[in-house]
Design a protein around this ligand. Sequence first.
Ligand code: ASP
Ligand code: MG
Length: 403
Amino acid sequence: MLIVKKFGGSSVADKERIYNVARRCIEDYQKGHEVVVVLSAMGKTTDGLLAKAAEINPNASKRELDMLLVTGEQVSVALMAMAMQALGVSAISLNAHQVMMHTNSAYGVAKLQRIDTQRIRNELDAGKIVVVTGFQGVNRKDDMTTLGRGGSDTTAVAIAAALHADKCEIFTDVDGVYTADPRIVPNARKLPEVTYSEMLEFATLGAKVLHNRSVELAKKYGVELIVRSSLNHEEGTVVREGTKMEKMLVSGVAADENTARISLIGMKDEPGIAFKLFNTLAMHNINIDIILQSVGRDGTKDISFTVARTDLKDSIALIEENLNNFTATRYEYEEDVAKLSIIGAGMTSNPGVAARMFEALSNIGVNIKMISTSEIRITVLIDRADVTRAMRAVHDAFEMVSA
Ligand code: ASP
Ligand code: MG
């Protein structure tokens, strides 16, 4: 079997953990498997490098930032190969340039385009464990690029796809994907498996287990992902296309507190108004989430929507500037809100899921301000102060059962 194993920064934070990872990889190697290891930079190295850059030049060019950041991963792969060699196993470390992991030119947010497999293949054929830098690539100019924070997951999946690996294990400091954040919902359970689509919803909703792009890539190439802990041998959560006959009705509850609601009141009820508003926001790179438009009455309508709380200030500035243009008489906004979502691939074919969620919220007196749905997700906007008890109540209402 060919196995790609990815370890995040906390899993290689110090000597002891590096040896722990080395031993884990050697276990598979000694069972006769081919092993490719993808690593992040040790601990908080990347944050540290960014802080150093800011000290020297707060407006450092993106090219030089990438040149700096790629050093973090080179440290961890070299030390890992040394640890494996010390344990008597033949291993080699490779950076993005040695492998040739081609990306586009966008420094800091580069997209992987193609990975040459020849070098890795040769080293595997020579009987080595191959340890590869995550997060980095090489662009057309032969410059180093990075894939964006948390990008090592994406490197691992891309390598697994390119090598047609049998599985791609993502090791982290949690045991897998849970039905809810166990720090908030004490009876949350670890999920044995989730579909790619569910995982994408979880990731988008701020359950930061996997880099979003890694899940998209895994889905595209059908790479089976396993999320598990580097600190124990628990099974973890398998991410793949829904194979079970009975999909989970609801597989998890997630909250996102980085949100704010904006309403524009008394806009003209005529074509083009919504376009003007959302086009203006889009041109300033402000992402809109839930949108609600009232029914027109006496020739006017109201539009409410949510933005990331981090975009609230810019959004309000644009709205003030354009209030006449948008034909609104006034606007309001609310910051102390949060999104609460339930996610489940089995929702599609089961009526009454939304009602059950709303009942659970009504039973504890939580008011719903806005609602939005996708095929496998229902999201409500509520007061931020209600998040903890709302999560628990909704989690209890579904007990995360199979459909
Ligand atoms: N070291 C990079 C970061 O901290 C990439 C990664 O961890 O995946 O964002
Ligand atoms: Mg990570």
